[in-house]
Design a protein around this ligand. Structure first.
Ligand SMILES: O=C(O)c1ccc(O)c(O)c1
Ligand SMILES: [Mg+2]
Length: 595
């Protein structure tokens, strides 16, 4: 279907927004009136620019507070509407959005509203435009799409139809199934927005927190299915009021936005995206730095085995069980250690590459040589590179044999990468959620908030159903300022107590945990004294799932550059991340470490 986006969804001037939408590949845009009136260019110039960029102008919006008013107020409203229709005509736009009255309505009567919309319809028709009536969720009297449709039906005018906006319907918990009762030809426009599940007033929720489809808690595919069943054939248009998107690069946001519509059309089987199955597991994690020796010391203390040096690049491999850490010093001048890339094993690497390309994921560029194993690649919104290979039958990909002079891996307590935590800059979180869910088929757990020393840290886990790949995304509000933008890699191990003891004897610096924490653990979980003593001695953290035997022991290393490691042991199907311990970790990372 045709794709469109409201200019209010992007930052910048109207001209910048049009360029961004065209560059991303949108078919059209909705022009938000405040963007036009703040613009230096005439409506005719904007119309010509859009035509030159290959964009249609699909809707002019919004016209507010027209219906349900006394006669004297209505006379002025008619005059105001006529002026707006004239502007729409100059833009070459044939549909104007009229939203339900939130401010001046005094008459709560469908017949009166219908009669007034009919008169407005006459004026619109004189200007060669039609009006799409939208029930705002906070409308004074009309706050439900079913009522908006009843009024439009009563108005019975060819230039008067409805505009459906998923936010207004789903935020109020209204059943979208009744959309199918509206004749498709009377649905003049469709606006789509997702949103997180929040308990707050609906106006603020709408104006600040809307998201692109697939990023929130609403069932957008189910919603659109009803609209299509009604016979709607117009554009799928995004109208996303969001504070982040209003202040970040419009070119990036436009691509991000279009990806959400590609994902949605795929989910609806309207325009299929190449199919690819979710990853089977982590293949490797890459840490890049000018000098990786400090990380090598840490890995050695934790029982990792040197897997050799790459035959043609300044890259080394460290292994423990199936966990592989690649340390890359190539083209890393002045870079401190950081997570640069995540490798995944997937059922079919070519299929994943086709899917990533269909979803407009940018490929990562790496210098490779002819004899090396090629990887599929994409760059995540935060700049982390993702690489993938088809899962090898042995579990070990061919690229491992490009490393020379390694020590054969021996059995040890560490056996796999458990999760890779990517702290996000605030600009890219929503984009990252959509990127990982759409390209890799990961599912997004509900977001949670963790108290940290500089404010709440939002945390959302993206994962495969079996937990083989888990990527928690954390968004720290002041992340960069206090250094907590560090990423971490968590490794799964057996016998974490023995690992911690060996690592301590080898001189590992642990993140130190305050005594108060252990009093709390003993009290909260009723953990026995010997266990608490062992936890306390080794700076280990503990968690338990409510109402089950599942529990979790973990510890953190100090931070090197902007990466640190976590070691975890999951007991009895514990499936979490010790989220209640995150405040202790965040506070400890701010203060000192002890060895
Ligand atoms: O927040 C608003 O006022 C507003 C305006 C126009 C819309 O289409 C909408 O959904 C909300
Ligand atoms: Mg709307």
């Amino acid at each position: 279907m045709k794709t469109s986006i409201a200019t209010v969804s992007l930052s910048g001037s109207l001209v910048e927004k049009l360029h961004a939408c065209a560059a991303a590949g949108f078919d059209g845009v909705e022009v938000f009136e405040p963007d036009l009136i703040a613009c230096e260019h005439s409506p005719e110039e904007i119309r010509a620019l859009a035509a030159r960029l290959g964009l249609t102008l699909d809707l002019y919006q919004p016209l507010r507070d027209l219906e349900g008013v006394a006669d004297d107020v209505f006379a002025d409203n008619l005059r105001r509407a006529a002026a707006t229709f004239a502007t729409a005509g100059r833009l070459g736009i044939d549909t104007v959005l009229v939203c339900s009255n939130v401010a001046t309505a005094t008459i709560d009567d469908d017949a009166v509203s219908a009669a007034q919309l009919r008169q407005i319809g006459d004026v619109a028709a004189d200007h060669g435009v039609r009006i799409a009536f939208e029930a705002l969720a906070w409308g004074r009297f009309v706050d439900d799409y079913r009522r908006a449709w009843r009024i439009v039906e009563l108005a019975d005018h060819p230039a008067v139809g409805v505009c459906l906006d998923s936010f207004h319907v789903l935020s109020r918990g209204h059943d979208p199934a009744d959309i199918e009762q509206i004749p498709g030809a009377k649905i003049f426009y469709l606006q789509l927005a997702d949103a997180p599940a929040l308990q707050m007033d609906v106006l603020s929720w709408s104006r600040h927190h809307r998201l692109f489809p697939g990023e929130g808690a609403f069932d957008l595919a189910g919603f659109v299915r009803h609209v299509l069943a009604a016979g709607y054939v117009g554009p799928l248009s995004l109208e996303v009021f969001n504070d982040t998107f209003r202040q970040t690069d419009p070119g990036r946001t436009a691509v991000h936005a279009l990806r959400s519509l590609l994902w949605l059309q795929d989910a609806l089987h309207l325009a299929p995206v190449a199919d690819a199955k979710p990853p089977n597991g982590f293949d490797f994690v890459e840490i890049k730095a000018e000098d990786t020796s400090e990380v090598e010391v840490l890995l050695g203390q934790l029982g990792f085995i040197p897997g050799g040096r790459h035959r043609s690049k300044p890259v080394t491999l460290w292994q423990a069980g199936s966990a592989r850490v690649v340390l890359n010093e190539q083209q890393a001048r002045d870079e401190v250690p950081h997570v640069a890339a995540i490798g995944l094993q997937v059922p079919d690497a070519d299929a994943t590459s086709r899917r990533a390309a269909d979803l407009m994921a940018p490929a990562a560029y790496r210098r490779t040589y002819a004899s090396e194993q090629p990887f599929g690649s994409a760059v995540a919104p935060d700049g982390t590179e993702l690489f993938w290979v088809t899962q090898p039958p042995t579990g070990t990909a061919d690229w491992v044999s490009e490393f020379r002079d390694g020590v054969p891996a021996a059995g040890g307590p560490v056996h796999a990468v458990d999760h890779v935590n990517l702290t996000q800059p605030w600009q890219t979180t929503e984009d990252a959620v959509l990127f990982f869910t759409s390209v890799f088929g990961l599912s997004a757990d509900d977001p949670t908030e963790v108290p940290g020393p500089t404010g709440l840290v939002r945390s959302q886990v993206l994962r495969t159903a079996d937990g083989a790949v888990r990527i928690p995304l954390n968004v720290a509000p002041l992340a960069v300022a206090d250094g907590s933008l560090a990423q971490h890699i968590a490794f799964a191990c057996d016998d974490i107590v023995a690992l911690a003891r060996t690592a301590r004897d080898a001189g590992l610096e642990f993140l130190s945990v305050p005594d108060n924490y252990y009093d709390y653990v003993a009290g909260r979980f009723g953990v026995d004294d010997d266990t608490v003593a062992a936890l306390r001695e080794l700076d280990l953290l503990y968690d338990r799932s409510p109402g089950s035997q599942g529990h979790f022991i973990h510890f953190y290393t100090r931070t090197v550059g902007s990466v640190f490691f976590e070691f975890v042991q999951r007991f009895d199907h514990y499936d979490g991340y010790g989220v209640d311990n995150a405040p202790v970790r965040l506070a400890a990372q701010r203060s000192r470490t002890r060895s």
